[in-house]
Write a protein that binds this ligand. Sequence first.
Ligand code: PMP
Length: 362
Amino acid sequence: MRAFNFSAGPAALPVEVLQRAASEMLDWRGSGMSVMEMSHRGREFQSIHEEALADLRELLAVPANYKILFMQGGGQGQNAFIPLNLLGTSLATPRRADYVVTGVWSQKSQQEAQRYCQPHIAATTEHRGFTSLPAFSEWQLSDDPAYVHVCGNETINGVEFFDLPHVDAPLVVDASSHLLSRPMDVSKCGVLYACAQKNFGIAGLTLVIVREDLLERALPICPSAFNWKTVAQNNSLYNTPPTYAIYLAGLVFKWLKQQGGLSVMEARNREKAQLLYDTIDKSDFYVNHVEIAVRSRMNVPFHLIDKTRTEDFLVGARAQNLLQLKGHSSVGGMRASLYNAVPLDAVQALVEYMREFERGSC
Ligand code: PMP
């Protein structure tokens, strides 16, 4: 029996996608091979790859002057590959790059960049415990930075940018935990990147969507396999790509199209998040510390007012088949991740359990 799975990632996948992958596991559409056994240069995988690219471009309305790259190394790999690809000058005279620090993940991005440049913190909410977002008017950008980095959704802290500003420098957006959860204006970004294992697939695949004119700015020391231009020129086949992960992401893209696309997903994601936040806000038993306007629709961290009951809550949840609700170790408490593949039913079961646990505790 499948449980309700609230993992922050690797996370729940649509059951239809898993069924399809299972049915094609031994023999992909009469080819006599599993996708895992195919050459990445053969015509079978080529068709899988091209279809995934086309479906993603359509779903997200990616403009023609952006390349879509399927890479490896995860979100954290890109934290290094971004400066390596965008600083565009020698290490002896590093350019400045700006970072907006709004939680654990953007902080990690900024820290990794210190290896390659002097990242300037244009805005931070650390002093507010990462429970809000800095207004665009508060961002203090440096003169002519190579890029401005933001994390669109902080998976651990539960804050989400629902809009992005227009800035002169290329905006680099870590979209690891919200990409494809709603429509986005790609043209506002110079680069969008995301690991796949949350909203559209499995670990091993990292997506980079980059505006073509930014492919000329790599540092000479940028490794070839992680140089976006090299990857783009080779249609993501410079080295062997994570073929099975691309196939699986392709199945998720098809599933998203069948559901009606990203506006439909946005409406569902709003409804799920609203139900959970309402339940938290209406009780004196649970609390979420994030400013209401910027609460993430994807990751909802919450605490019991009486923190000594946290373990009891989690044990009881597991017994009800509500899995992977433990909060990140840096913040404790609980976290429910409500990615696309988590159905409304799961959130209904969760809030029912929360009310029951509250009643049983009073
Ligand atoms: N950025 C964000 C927003 C994330 O949530 C994560 C993973 N939790 C990462 C980056 C890192 O991804 P990976 O583990 O694939 O390196």
